[in-house]
Design a binder for this molecule. Sequence first.
Ligand code: FAD
Length: 415
Amino acid sequence: MSQAHQGGDGRRRVVIVGGGFGGLACARALAGADVDVTLIDKRNHHLFQPLLYQVATAALSPADIAVPLRGVLAKAKNVRVLLGEVCGIDPDRRQVSLTDGTTVPYEQLVLATGSAYNYFAHPEWAQQAPAPKSIADARHIRASLLKAFEDAERADDAAHREALLTFVVVGGGPTGVEMAGTIAELARHTLKGNFRNIDPACAKIILVEAGPRILSAFPEELSTYAVDALRRMGVDVRLGCAVEGLDDHGLDTKAGRINARTIIWGAGIKAAQGAAWLGGTHDRNGRIPVADNMAVVGHERIFAIGDVALLEQDGAALPALAQVAQQQGTHLGRELRVLAIPRPFRYRSRGDTAVIGRHSAVYSLGKYQLKGRFAWFLWGLAHVYLLIGFDRRALVMFQWIWRYLTFERGARLID
Ligand SMILES: Cc1cc2nc3c(=O)[nH]c(=O)nc-3n(C[C@H](O)[C@H](O)[C@H](O)COP(=O)(O)OP(=O)(O)OC[C@H]3O[C@@H](n4cnc5c(N)ncnc54)[C@H](O)[C@@H]3O)c2cc1C
């Protein structure tokens, strides 16, 4: 092994690309080990994506759900953080390349670059239908939502006003359901009495889903419950309604045209870069196939975890979830502390949750199912538990309780 691939004192050098759920868990599990760790991320913060929709709908501020990577890892003296964007890997030289032209050598490499939204061969749709993936996206969506109400207040033409007050969410997965439910609450409760020419409660919120049911990863009974709950909240749920085209004034679907100024995308994801850097095989969502110890097939020194990895367990691919990425990262980090070749990983689900609105959520774990208030409570607990940093947990919890009691949204800013 050449000197470059080792850290100080000839220690093993582990490079982690991505400080999301998987990468950060891996770095934390390696803290204090006899290994030199470099965590590279193109952002300087870890982002709690499951609560992005709350930033997009003005319930939380960006700083509530993001924490600086340097701060989280300050006490881990063997871990250094590099702000930079990786653009390639040279497995023969064992180094990663960054967009600024520099390279970082590794002895072992962990890819944890996550995923991006899938616009299904129409990347241009991202322009009209942004998706909540980063803080910038969430702020952009928040501004578009709030601006639509402002513009409607000033619009004289009835058809124009109606289009301004029509909000379409594409995709009936957890993100789409959460977005649609929260926009309905914003319109029906938070903005009540705030305008003089329009009644925000008249806003149309439409959730379009290409498939026959929403929350398709959950048991059918919970999908039905979610549809009923959304409809009670005033959301128009349209099933079997695939999007065929998008423009500045609305969208064309299999079931007809919808005029709307604000369209939010929440349909499907594809793996972030990673497979292309290795030139190997990947599935149709771009995920890198890995062995049960998360080593990339054909590359024993390179590991992939989280959304970018394709790991099959009991005959099915593990889902793209924060808890999967976090468990994989923690397992891999613990293994790499002492072993050059990690032992197999086994995912243990703590259950899947999706929130629909105020005191309405679904939870499923194997044959156990919950819906309603208690599921909502569990959803809240799970998210607060996963949040990094005690200050943030306390703050977010306090804000939720306040909002629950008052319907108030403290982050109603157009910036
Ligand atoms: C809106 C939304 C809601 C969600 N809700 C839930 C939920 O309720 N429950 C749940 O379990 N999961 C949820 N998820 C999924 C969950 O967030 C992901 O499964 C999880 O973030 C995956 O972790 P990861 O470590 O693989 O990637 P990420 O957490 O996405 O982290 C990837 C990191 O890699 C960095 N990166 C990417 N490319 C590069 C590069 N080229 N160079 C350097 N750095 C790079 C990124 O900046 C990022 O920090 C949600 C996702 C979204 C978008």
